[in-house]
Design a protein around this ligand. Structure first.
Ligand SMILES: Cc1cc2nc3c(=O)[nH]c(=O)nc-3n(C[C@H](O)[C@H](O)[C@H](O)COP(=O)(O)OP(=O)(O)OC[C@H]3O[C@@H](n4cnc5c(N)ncnc54)[C@H](O)[C@@H]3O)c2cc1C
Length: 468
């Protein structure tokens, strides 16, 4: 693939010899760990296979040992030993990342954070939580206090909050609150540095950007302080339209309707609705849809907007009861964001996808241009979000994959026409970023927090360890 680096071996990290492995195991003492091959394989992989490109490159990548810290003291002990022996450390949440974020490229320790899942404290509008907390469990716990997470990935039912902050970007809720990187969405992160004598750092406010979407290359997050949103009673609603242009216009108008409280606005073009299991039985054939989550008290304004745009509500249920019992139909958010791609891949294995940001000034015109150019090769799926204070049309369009060259051509055409692509078919931070570089605060912080380059080596391509 053009501009794609070969798998990178960090200069400092080296293959773990049998002697070092024994020293490591001895030094771990009673900290839970496993070298069982099937467990190591399971914990080495994530949803990297979403991309046919990553699927061929990352399938054989493995760590050497899975270590499961019970608390922060365990994390410090593990990291100190790894720095001493120069063993790579790849932190892992639930392993739902889909660009191979959690796949170790240079072996070593997989630091599985799943046991660190306590809520440290809550205040009105704020929660302090350990990084391994599953987001569904967190929402359930804080809902009782009248609050909920501002945003979550569509993998809320399986992903950890630490993995979302370190490996994700935004999702359900982003149409109102923006993305994780927007100032004010992460209050603080408690981070352990990777050194012989690890330090505990409290990164507050903007400082926390150093670990946001850095794939665990800039420190190990043990706790997060996250601002919350008022917990509304939500409705899961689908509106159908005669033509995708109308669906997209409605989606944009809804995103811009600040007085309608909402959490999700997802325009999806036919035939994608036919790929959505169980929900498809309730959707009209051949129609384009917009999947929405609307606060119940806003349903009047929402209905008026639907009528003004000539849409038809074809599905409307209480979102909470579906999340509590997803046996008949899934919560609507599990048909959106990257779940849309997952459902399509289950119907036709040749599907993969793109991640794009359409230009603000004429986004729907450019969407239409791409539909006319690529037609059925890239069925359209949009997510309306706020980003940097503006409503942005974000594309997660499906792609019928044929060759890497063709995929490169499709990406190049989008970029040449003003569509920024966050490439999901690469594993380095640089290649995945629309600007093709790591934010300066992350590369500077990396030298400070991981001077030996042991954290998830190979993911920050531009980094060269000073200490080495
Ligand atoms: C079906 C599907 C839908 C998805 N939808 C979305 C979506 O809507 N929005 C979105 O942003 N993403 C989405 N993703 C990607 C992913 O699910 C989310 O980003 C999720 O939050 C990752 O959480 P995780 O616990 O699985 O993290 P993992 O996959 O385990 O880790 C992600 C990255 O974070 C690092 N990491 C994990 N924990 C820590 C820690 N404590 N300290 C430092 N680094 C750490 C890992 O090394 C890795 O690089 C989706 C993926 C799939 C497969």
């Amino acid at each position: 693939m053009a501009g794609h680096p070969e798998v990178f071996e960090t200069p400092a990290a080296r293959a773990l010899s049998e002697t070092d492995k024994l020293r490591l195991i001895e030094a771990l003492g009673d900290i839970p760990h496993s070298t069982d091959k099937s467990r190591v394989k399971k914990k080495s992989l994530d949803f990297y296979w979403y991309s046919p490109v990553l699927k061929t490159r990352l399938a054989e990548m493995r760590g050497d040992i899975v270590v499961t810290p019970r608390n922060e003291a365990d994390v410090i002990q593990v990291v100190s030993i790894c720095a001493e022996l120069q063993v790579p450390v790849t932190v892992r949440g639930a392993g739902t990342g889909n660009y191979g974020q959690a796949v170790p490229l240079a072996g070593g320790v997989i630091l599985d954070m799943i046991e660190m899942d306590e809520v440290v404290w809550t205040k009105p509008g704020l929660v302090r939580v350990q990084a391994g907390k599953l987001m569904l469990k967190l929402d359930r716990q804080i809902r009782a206090t009248g609050w909920e997470q501002r945003m979550f990935p569509s993998t809320k039912r399986t992903a950890t909050i630490g993995g979302f902050v370190a490996g994700g970007s935004g999702g359900v809720g982003s149409v109102t609150y923006g993305v994780l990187g927007d100032r004010g969405n992460i209050n603080a992160a408690r981070v352990i540095t990777c050194e012989k004598t690890p330090r505990i750092l409290e990164l507050r406010g903007d400082q926390a950007n150093a670990v946001n979407h850095a794939y665990g290359t800039t420190g190990i997050i043990t706790e997060l302080e996250m601002p919350l949103a008022p917990a509304w009673p939500w409705r899961d609603v689908v509106v159908s339209f005669d033509g995708f242009a109308k669906a997209a216009e409605f989606g944009q108008a809804l995103a811009l309707s600040d007085a309608i409280v909402k959490k999700l606005v997802t325009p999806i073009a036919w035939p994608i609705p036919s790929f959505l299991p169980r929900l498809n039985e309730q959707l009209p054939d051949g129609r384009d849809i917009v999947i929405c989550m609307i606060a119940e008290p806003s349903m009047q304004g929402f209905a008026d907007l639907v009528a003004a745009h000539g849409g038809e509500v074809v599905y409307d249920v209480d979102a909470q009861s579906v999340e509590d019992d997803p046996s008949s139909v899934l919560p609507l958010y599990e048909y959106t964001w990257n779940h849309t791609t997952l459902h399509a891949m289950k119907v036709d294995k040749s599907f993969t996808y793109l991640q794009s940001l359409f230009p603000v000034e004429n986004s729907l015109e450019v969407v239409d241009q791409m539909i006319r150019k690529f037609g059925d090769e890239t069925p359209m799926h949009l997510e309306m979000i706020r980003f940097g204070g503006q409503v942005i049309t974000c594309g997660l369009q499906l792609v019928r994959f044929t060759t890497e060259e063709r995929l490169d051509d499709i990406i190049a055409y989008h970029e040449a026409n003003g569509v920024a692509i966050a490439n999901p078919h690469v594993w380095t931070l640089e290649d995945g970023a629309p600007g093709k570089e790591v934010p300066a605060e992350q590369s500077i912080f990396k030298n400070h927090a991981d001077p030996l380059g042991l954290l998830n080596p190979g993911k920050m391509r531009s980094f060269r360890p000073v200490a080495a």
